[in-house]
Structures are given as C-alpha cells and as structure tokens.
Design a protein around this ligand. Sequence first.
Ligand SMILES: [Zn+2]
Length: 307
Amino acid sequence: MEQSTLTVVMYHYVRTAPRNPFPALKSMDTDAFVQQVTDLATRYEMATMDSTLAFLEGEYHPRRPLCLLTFDDGVQDHYREVGPVLAERGIQGLFFLVTGCMEEGVVAAVHKNHFLTAGLGFPEWRRRFFRRARTCGLAMPVVDPGAAARTYPWDTAKVAEFKYAFNFELPAIERDAIVDELFIEEFGDESAFARQLYLSWEEARQMQCDGMVLGGHTHRHQPLASLNAAELRSDLNECRRILDLRLRPQPFTPFSYPYGKRDSFTGEAVRRLRELNFCCAFSTEVGRNQAGSDRYALQRVDCKQAA
Ligand SMILES: [Zn+2]
C-alpha cells in the first residue's frame, strides 16, 4: 500500500481584487482561493491540528491523503476573506501571528517591502531605497543569485535579489531606519497602517470560536538564524507570552518560521520552541510530510503549486 502523505498548503495575502487598495500586491484572489479549497477538499481529507499530530505520530491512518491549510503573518485577509470560507465548509485552518505587529502596532519590515513595492512599483521603490542607502553610507551587499532564486522562486531575478538583500543580508537596524522613513513618507502613520493590515486580538479570538487554530510566527518576524542566543530567547518567549495572554486556551499551539527555508532557523530555535510547548513548526521547504517526519521542520507547498 502506498504510504499516506500530509500536504500542507501555505497562504499569505488572500484578497478580493475590487476591494484591494493595492492591486499590485502579490496576493491570491478570493475567488481563486474558494475554487482551490473546493478542489482540495474533493481530492484530500482536510486535516485538523489534531489529525495532523496523530498522523505524524503514526497513530492515525487516513484512507485518503491529508491536506492542511496554513496562513502566515496574521493579516486581516484571514479574518475577512479566509475564515468565513473555511468555517462554512467545516475546514480548520492554522493561522500564524506576528505578535509584535498586533500588540505594538508595528508593520514588519518584510511587509513594508511588499507595500512599498506595490505602492511605488518595484523600480521606483528600489531606486529610492538605494538612493537613501547611499546617503546613509550603507553599502548594498552582493547577493548570490542562486540563493535569491531558491528563496523567492516566484519573483523575477531582480526582485528576488532585492528581497534577499533586504530580508537577509542588510544589517536590520540600518535597513529599518531607511525603510521606516520611506514608509512613513508614502503611507503616513505606521500604527494606523498596522491596525488595517493585521488582525486585532478580538478578531483572532473570534476565529478560534469559528474552529480555527492560531499559532506563533515570532514576535518581530526576523529570520531566527540571524538572532543571537539572547535575542532568540527574548523573541520566542515574548511571542509565546502574548499568545497565551491574548488568545483563548488551545490544546495545541503550532509555529511557523519566518522566511522558513532550512537555513533560516537553527537547532537552538527548535529546542526553544519545544521548551515553550509549541507542538510543531512549519518551514517553507517544499515537500510533503509522512508519518515520522520531523515535527519541527514540516514542509509545505505554496498555494501557487497546490492547484
Ligand atoms: Zn511571514
């Protein structure tokens, strides 16, 4: 008998085009999402947190392959567009929150990059970033094009190389000083933008009442491998503390690594997640999972590949 698999699909922005004030933002249209969920539900048994963990432990043998839906970054789309579609069909989604963004009204650098790209157009955004970096004496790193393409397979080479430099290579403090200034110039008050972009805690709790499971996606959305031991501890502790404080109690709380490729997290990060009682962690390495797969390096497929 063929061994059963668990396919975990990963989503970010899901929006209805006419209601999206950023038409250039890379997102999945809500209609396409509904169609995809309908298709997946005919081909797979839709998994829950419980059935996923039982399957990975080898205690649950589904007759059809399992499919689990996961949503990163805790954006409002998940409350407005995704939650109702899943609740109506009795499907459980896992939603990963960036606690600092919700708690402190901060827009994560990775999202500032998305919205500046969508708002200004990529060439103009890059030009402005480079110009400001030059004035500040910040040298742009030379990026390995292979690493950039592997991390951002859905972007053009230029966009992938910029994102790679932006998210992994540039020193975070200097980068953020530049991007914060440009972001405020373009979009005004950051905390007002954050309130519109991310879920509120009230909305997150409502999603739990509708059967969804919420999890951690760090406090600051930095690549965990880039943090020193004290920073790693403090970020993950804070993420867990705020989830416990703000959410309804859940039997299991999962985690998703920001960026999520194998080199974006460390053994130390996994040890810390276990200590903090996160039940499993999802990477962005592409693949399907089987009984016995490492629960702290679960693989996923992007929604663009799941059709
Ligand atoms: Zn993320």
